[in-house]
Ligand binder design. Structure first.
Ligand code: 8Y4
Length: 270
């Protein structure tokens, strides 16, 4: 327990994509090797958690067969686990990937479907210590940006997340293992995303740790008119706004920059 007068320093989750589009050769050996070097760099830069994903969740992306996803992520999880004690998160919606990852020592499941897939809630509930991030998405990744609509985006996301929390609690999970996430960019317009960022404290006040992923997302590109490689400063601005409203974890491609921004924000808040 932290002392009553101290805030917890928010944590940085570094993104590790193990997908062929991240690698020029598409071969597994090179992919695994490159992924491990990337993971080591993020650890050196001060990441608290590495989020390993084998299925691209970008708008319009195709789904990946189970065996292919296992072949991508399992060797990387096992090798990182063998090399260091960093927290490992697995970005997956498949119960079988969750089960195998937990068996080799993953610490967190990051599921953009919030454990609504077949068997995934039972799988995570059956492990007694793994954390889970429950993210909001409207629709499915392939079609979510076609015509996002809400009457009250903040209220609807709050309701959805509390329903998923309730399902987890009813399955026997302790509340401190649950994280909630508004799912910035997942079935939302720029205006929806901006309102969620502005009102993020309504989520952090629900009593669960809040994870936010804004890194390089298209709302930044649309506001700044910049390509995906030019969105670092815009991403940092959103990360600072999230931390200032009580976010516990920031998911990012740019670990070193985000660690500095969070430390300064935290120093002011403290
Ligand atoms: C460039 C590269 C631009 C990637 C955009 C992107 C979240 C997440 C993603 C999130 C949680 C992404 C897996 C989308 N976003 N998980 N995952 N929260 N919990 N797009 O916001 O990074 S993938």
């Amino acid at each position: 327990m932290p002392p009553a007068n101290s805030l917890q320093l928010p944590q940085v989750m570094g993104i590790l994509n193990v997908t062929p589009d991240s690698f020029s050769d598409g071969g597994h050996f090179f992919s695994i090797d490159t992924a491990l070097r990337q993971a080591n760099l993020m650890v050196k830069e001060g990441a608290d958690i590495i989020d390993i994903g084998g299925e691209s969740t970008r708008p319009g992306a195709q789904s990946v067969p189970l065996q292919e996803e296992l072949d991508r992520v399992m060797p990387v999880i096992e090798k990182i686990r063998a090399e260091c004690s960093i927290k490992i998160s697995v970005d997956t919606s498949k119960a079988e990937v969750m089960r195998e990852a937990i068996a080799v020592g993953a610490d967190m499941i990051n599921d953009i479907m919030a454990l609504r897939g077949d068997g995934s809630l039972a799988t995570v509930a059956a492990s007694d210590k793994v954390q889970v991030c429950l993210m909001h998405i409207q629709g499915a990744p392939r079609t979510m940006q076609q015509n996002p609509h809400y009457d009250d985006v903040v209220a609807e996301i709050k309701t959805f997340l509390l329903e998923r929390v309730q399902a987890c609690l009813e399955a026997g999970m302790e509340p401190n293992r649950l994280l909630i996430d508004p799912g910035i960019g997942f079935g939302k317009t720029v205006e929806h995303n901006l309102l969620l960022m502005k009102k993020l404290s309504e989520l952090t006040h629900l009593g669960y740790q809040v994870l936010v992923g804004v890194s390089r997302k298209s709302l930044i590109g649309k506001i700044l008119n910049k390509s995906v490689t030019e969105r670092k400063y815009g991403s940092l601005a959103l990360a600072v706004l999230a931390v200032n409203q009580g976010a516990a974890i920031i998911r990012t491609h740019d670990v070193a920059a985000t660690v500095d921004a969070i430390k300064i924000t935290h120093a002011v808040m403290q």
